[in-house]
Write a protein that binds this ligand. Structure first.
Ligand SMILES: Cc1cc2nc3c(=O)[nH]c(=O)nc-3n(C[C@H](O)[C@H](O)[C@H](O)COP(=O)(O)O)c2cc1C
Length: 171
């Protein structure tokens, strides 16, 4: 599948079959994650792959009751080590939220190419996630995603047209 097809095929999946993600698919997806770009190539990411049913269930309230995450074979928790990221992006910010977001987008596009589903989970309570997974103080939780076999085929969500968001030469 080419990149444009994967971009079109990817939708947030909020209903999963319990079937396991085959190891070869998981390895290809995580290799796509590993190859993501990052500020100064800092690669400040750590990914915790949760397959244990009790742990996935424990993560649901920490994700504000989003129960569908526990349906999927895996819940992947994307963390950042702030200190490993580029510290002065644009003169005002650190790159770690961007770095992790890019890596997660690689994950989601690769998942779509593999026929699997994922969904950005940004609604979570960081201290609770850290407690459940024993994540140390020097790591931040940036986002999570379930990863598994889709049990729905959602309609594409609307997007703004290009003429509202793209400008030549000046705004
Ligand atoms: C940073 C971020 C956080 C998000 N958090 C959640 C979330 O907590 N729960 C959820 O169901 N979807 C979440 N989403 C998914 C968006 O709702 C979804 O991407 C958007 O509605 C467009 O739909 P699509 O992904 O199917 O194209 C999040 C997406 C992003 C990029």
């Amino acid at each position: 599948m080419n990149i444009y097809d994967a971009i079109k095929k990817r939708h947030s999946i909020r209903k999963y079959k319990p079937d396991p993600v085959p190891e070869d698919k998981l390895n290809r997806i995580m290799e796509a994650v590993r190859l993501a770009p990052s500020g100064k190539n800092g690669q400040p990411w750590r990914f915790i792959l949760v397959r244990d049913a009790a742990t996935k269930t424990a993560l649901v309230p920490a994700c504000k009751g989003q129960g569908f995450i526990a349906q999927a074979d895996l819940v992947i928790v994307a963390c950042a080590n702030e200190g490993e990221s580029y510290q002065n992006q644009g003169g005002y910010m650190k790159s770690w939220p961007l770095d992790i977001a890019i890596a997660l987008d690689h994950l989601m596009l690769a998942a779509a190419a593999e026929g699997l589903g994922a969904c950005w989970i940004g609604a979570f309570i960081e201290p609770e996630i850290k407690k459940i997974l024993s994540i140390p103080d020097d790591l931040r939780v940036v986002g999570l995603t379930p990863l598994g076999w889709p049990d729905e085929d959602p309609k594409p969500k609307p997007r703004k047209p290009l003429n509202e968001i793209m400008f030549f030469e000046h705004l």
